[in-house]
Design a binder for this molecule. Structure first.
Ligand SMILES: Nc1ncnc2c1ncn2[C@@H]1O[C@H](COP(=O)(O)OP(=O)(O)OP(=O)(O)O)[C@@H](O)[C@H]1O
Ligand SMILES: [Mg+2]
Length: 725
């Protein structure tokens, strides 16, 4: 059998890593050196040459999207389809699969549901209320990160010592305990819980564990540097029994310390897994020599490193462009202008990645892209399954299969409005709390006992029979019909359709899109409960760092979500002190090093061209900031950088606009009204918005404003009465 094609496109060190027969293999290598490629080829090698069944392989990736890509790359190499037998997915996805198969042993109801971060917050708000905690003093978000942080470290509330006198800890513990009870009672589990439960399942059920230890002969992990304590413990417990394990990672790319990831796992690996071979890859295949030199120069400033060399045989390529913008509008304009140039050359939109440190930066960039007519897509932004109307529809669907899902009830009990007021909901919550019942069961009892005033009782009864009705109507129907029935009969379509403007229209379209999504939904498992799988997939996708659509559009994302990806052209916007490094990190050396690793990740995403930009003045979160160039960029040798300064003498807004090529007359009228491009303004009816453009002059001068709620509008300047914010 000729298997040379598996090794053909690999260098010696990569081949070594693909074919290594050590029980533990750790590939430690810098960005773009082919770690992910090695994993894919190693799996193909295991199957084709060593004769392992795909069924006995488990591969862990960083996102669901990466898992799908990995699967299809392996299929390409093997020249055939893999069935569902091979486990490829994120830690969360795999843990979920495991828990579904062993719900009972994991102390979960068969039909447990995933609680996404939004729902988690909603539940915590409720608990705070129940415990009489004032949200302004005890923000529910803070409780969420307390709970998630402890779960990431494997600690339940019972494991935490409650030393006296510390009000903070005591309060957080009360919330944590109540939260654990509530989740258990409702049969819902959050993201961190998925991992912890999966670990406990194996730890507490030797029979289950031994089944999987026998099943999996090999487990492979990508982006190993970002595993947290629970994930690592999970791997360890699985691989304890002679199974072999391959991990690939780069300590310089560890960027999730703030979410519990532990770089130390890399050093721990060769201690915990006996006979580990460490293989280093040193050739970078992704970036030009210039980009690589810049990345190496930046990361060299970190002190906590395992130390790696990275070289390329590639060309120097272009120098890195650095643009000093006057403000964030100017920066956005620079970026879209460059993009237009690139698109006129041979680049496709999907060749371009636009990265930024903080999500809040995207709005201005998006507006500039819209203005320039450049299609874009946001990774990790408001995704389909995160949208309000979709979550409403999913909540109804969840209730058709699990009535005790309190979070779903809270979401839709009065959406669409049906006369169930806050007072009724309060009564239900209290009743549920006092009798340790779910909201659904409480509602049933409250009605039976006639506790509610007649009108409220009727409204509640109508809601309960609506859900029963939906369950009955959807039973045994194909998935898409179920979704269709639910969105119609629940009244959601009508409700959202009645919302004014384009927003309502978009919501209706999204609901219809959900029916199409259900139609296209398939499962690997012929016996699967499709609705269940569909709901679970939606929750997992909503928690994913990256969206999975590939259209020809420019790709926008935070630096964190860019991990593992590559683009021929990369823009990094906002390379300023206090933004990047983030102001929360500048004081703390360890956090500063994590920010520097993030800079390294960002720079090494670029294959051919890298554009950096910063704004001398930036309005963010409603405040004007004046920051200097990021220290990370100052760490790049200056001979690698071309500084671009289009209008460095300009400080006055009006001439600044002229330099950007605006029609000067229109601009003068605008200036007369005290406005400039990018200005935030307030309209008495349409609310707040951003000035996108001007045209005409005198009495016919018009201004284009993108309103936050009402979208784009052209207004006659003279009558618009815009108030400058
Ligand atoms: N031997 C090789 N010959 C040609 N191209 C290669 C080789 N090895 C890797 N590549 C290419 O180099 C690029 C980087 O590879 P890959 O994404 O696997 O690197 P990585 O180490 O996983 O990077 P990161 O640390 O960013 O995740 C990819 O486009 C890959 O196809
Ligand atoms: Mg990779």
């Amino acid at each position: 059998m000729d298997v040379s094609y598996i090794l053909n496109d690999l260098n010696d060190a990569q081949r070594d890593a693909v074919t290594a027969d050590s029980p533990g293999t750790l590939v430690l290598a810098g960005a773009g050196s082919g770690k992910t490629r090695v994993l894919v080829h190693r799996i193909a090698w295991k199957i084709k040459v060593e004769g392992l069944s795909p069924y006995s392989i488990m591969a862990v990736t960083f996102t669901n999207k990466a898992a799908r890509e990995m699967r299809s790359r392996i299929e390409e190499l093997l020249g055939g389809q893999l069935n569902g037998g091979m486990w490829v997915g994120t830690f969360h996805g795999l843990a979920h699969r495991l828990l579904k198969a062993h719900a009972q042993e994991a102390r979960l109801p068969e039909n447990f549901q995933i609680l996404d971060s939004d729902d988690q917050l909603r539940l915590l708000k409720r608990i705070h209320k129940e415990l009489n905690l004032d949200d302004s003093r005890w923000p529910p978000r803070q409780s969420a990160s307390f709970i998630n942080g402890h779960k990431d470290e494997g600690r339940r509330s019972a494991h935490i010592d409650e030393y006296r006198g510390d009000l903070y800890l005591q309060t957080m513990l009360r919330v944590y305990r109540r939260y654990e009870e509530a989740c258990q009672q409702q049969g819902v589990i959050d993201f961190a819980e998925l991992l912890l439960r999966a670990l406990e399942l194996w730890r507490d059920n030797p029979a289950v564990l031994s089944h999987y230890q026998q099943r999996f002969a090999h487990v492979l992990v990508d982006e190993f540097q970002d595993t947290n304590a629970v994930q690592y413990a999970w791997l360890r417990i699985l691989a304890g029994n002679g199974m072999s394990i391959t991990a690939v990672g780069d300590d310089d790319q560890s960027i999730y310390g703030w979410r519990g990831a532990r770089i130390e796992n890399i050093q721990q690996f060769s201690k915990d897994f006996t006979d580990t071979r460490i293989i280093r890859l040193e050739q970078n295949y992704r970036s030009t020599a210039t980009i690589l030199k810049a990345a190496n120069a930046v990361i060299a400033n970190n002190s906590q490193r395992l130390g790696k060399e990275l070289w390329t045989s590639g060309e120097d390529g272009d120098r890195i462009s650095l643009f000093a913008a006057f403000n964030e509008q100017d920066e956005a304009r620079f970026i879209t202008d460059r993009m237009e140039d690139l698109l006129r050359q041979d680049y496709a939109r999907s060749d371009i990645g636009l990265l930024y440190r903080s999500n809040a930066q995207s709005r201005i960039l998006e507006e500039a892209l819209i203005r320039a007519g450049i299609p874009y897509r946001i990774y990790g932004g408001q995704r389909f399954y995160d949208r309000l109307e979709i979550k409403n529809a999913l909540a109804y669907l969840r209730l058709t299969s699990l009535r005790d899902d309190d979070t779903a009830i809270e979401r839709v009990i009065n959406t669409p409005t049906r006369g169930i007021g806050n007072r009724t909901i309060e009564i239900l919550r209290e009743f549920a709390r006092d009798h340790q019942l779910s909201l659904w069961k409480s509602a049933v009892t409250v009605i039976q006992q006639g506790i509610l005033p007649a009108r409220a009782g009727n409204a509640l009864r109508a809601f309960l029979s609506l859900i029963e009705d939906l369950a009955e109507k959807t039973a045994d129907k194909p998935l898409d019909e179920q979704v269709d029935i639910v969105i119609q009969a629940s009244g959601l379509i009508e409700f959202h359709g009645n919302e004014k403007g384009e927003k309502g229209q978009a919501r209706v379209e999204n609901l219809q899109e959900l029916v199409s999504a259900a139609r296209g939904f398939e499962s690997d498992d012929p016996d699967a409960d499709l609705l269940r799988e569909f709901l679970d997939q939606a929750a997992l996708d909503a928690g994913d760092q990256q969206a999975d659509e590939h259209e020809d559009s420019v790709q926008l994302m935070t630096l964190h979500s860019a991990k593992g990806l590559e683009f021929p052209v990369v823009f990094i916007a906002g390379v300023e002190e206090n933004l990047f490094p983030h102001k929360m990190s500048v004081e703390d050396p360890a956090r500063l090093e994590e920010e520097r690793r993030l800079a390294y990740v960002g720079i090494t995403r670029a294959e051919q061209k890298l554009y950096l930009s910063y704004a001398e003045s930036r309005r963010l979160h409603g405040q004007e900031n004046f920051n200097s160039l990021s220290r990370f960029i100052r760490e790049i040798p200056s001979e690698l950088i071309d500084e671009v300064r289009i209008n460095n003498t300009v400080t006055r807004p009006s001439s600044y606009n002229r330099n950007l090529g605006m029609s000067s007359r229109a601009e003068q009228s605008a200036a007369a009204h005290g406005m400039m491009l990018g200005q935030r303004v307030l309209h008495s009816i349409f609310g707040a918005g951003i000035v996108l453009g001007f045209e005409g002059q005198g009495a016919s001068a018009r201004v284009q404003v993108n309103f936050e709620d009402e979208g784009n509008k052209w207004l006659v300047l003279q009558y618009a009465n815009l108030q400058v914010l």
